[in-house]
Design a protein around this ligand. Structure first.
Ligand code: C5P
Length: 329
């Protein structure tokens, strides 16, 4: 073992662990306000995350190298197994940060839609960080894991934290938010994912066009693009535990970008408006997050959508963040 890592001193040299199973949740952005990009190209966000009960399960076992395998996805080719894989990057980052020079095999079992705007890759990364920290007994604190998570991607810290949280900065500066009750969701999955950077680019194009336009209708649309902060009524709705009230406050400014790339999303939301208490694109999309007032009405809607040949998943939130399910010596 080398001691070169920035947090190398924290390693606990007890017997290695043989197998660690960690579970991490996907998320819906209940509110997503987007500001103009900063000099790094990242958009400052004003967001509220809710962790929902679609999970990524990661099983970590000792190996010579860092490797990853995937199950649970209809088309495995949609999940890269090389250095583009966020779980693999998470394990490598933890090894470098702690000076650990062994390996791990990570088995990912996915149920969060791939490239769906629900933070599935981020959940994989959060789960991999936690699993390797346990497997390798590297003993990093929650704060340090959070710092590594933020280096991996804007949504990774929230997958560690779970529950309900307000995110600022890139979405990685988190404060837990008070929320009451249980919210029932139908997640309407699109067969083909959307690229998050492409959606942000489309959003920037629309904002630029709107600024250049003097047309009244365009200017009305531009107001949709003006950066917004989470209003106080939003937090009151969250605290009420009343889905109907929260539903009226759901908002995602980024969906303008998703609609441009996938116009059918907007018409589907319009078509389903009467069946739900609120509906938005989840994050950058294309998954649609449909909030229902009861579990029964959500089950019925999911069933109906499946009858139309669509992929509709059921979930509730908020749920806890990444956690160890089992660890065997
Ligand atoms: O942080 P993450 O790797 O998930 O972000 C993917 C891409 O989404 C970034 O490279 C950037 O193009 C865009 N993004 C952004 N502003 C954010 C978060 C993500 O522009 N706050």
């Amino acid at each position: 073992m080398s001691n070169a890592g920035e947090w190398a001193g924290e390693r606990d040299d007890a017997q290695p662990v043989a197998r660690v199973h960690v579970r991490a949740p996907g998320k819906v952005n209940l509110f997503l306000g987007v500001d103009a990009p900063d000099e790094d190209g990242y958009h400052p966000l004003s967001t509220v995350f809710q962790a929902v009960s679609l999970y990524e399960d990661v099983v970590a076992t000792p190996a010579d190298d860092v490797t990853v395998s995937v199950s649970g996805v209809a088309d495995p080719s949609t999940v890269p197994l090389d250095d583009r894989n966020l779980a693999l990057r998470a394990a490598k980052l933890l090894a470098v940060a702690t000076g650990f020079d062994g390996g791990v095999h990570l088995e990912l079992h996915k149920t969060v839609p791939v490239a769906g705007g629900m933070g599935g890759g981020s959940a994989d990364a959060a789960a991999a960080l936690l699993a390797c920290n346990e497997l390798w007994r590297t003993g990093l604190s929650h704060e340090r894991l959070h710092a590594l998570a933020a280096r991996l991607g804007a949504d990774v810290p929230f997958a560690l934290m779970g529950g309900t949280a307000v995110g600022s900065g890139r979405g990685d500066v988190l404060t837990p938010a008070l929320s009451r009750g249980r919210y029932e969701w139908v997640l309407l999955v699109d067969d083909e994912g959307l690229s998050t950077p492409a959606v942000y680019r489309a959003f920037d194009e629309i904002a630029a066009e709107d600024r250049a336009s003097s047309d009244e209708a365009e200017l009305a649309r531009a107001r949709r693009i003006d950066p917004v902060q989470v209003p106080p009524e939003f937090f009151e709705a969250l605290l009420s535990g009343d889905a109907l009230r929260l539903g009226g406050h759901l908002r995602n400014q980024l969906e303008a970008g998703s609609f441009r790339l996938r116009p059918a999303l907007e018409s589907t939301l319009e078509r389903l408006a009467a069946d739900v208490v609120g509906g938005i694109v989840s994050g950058s999309g294309p998954t649609l997050a449909l909030l229902c007032d009861t579990a029964e009405s959500a089950d019925a809607l999911a069933e109906r959508l499946r009858g139309e040949g669509r992929t509709a998943l059921r979930a509730h939130g908020p749920v806890r963040g990444a956690h160890v399910v089992s660890a065997a010596d």
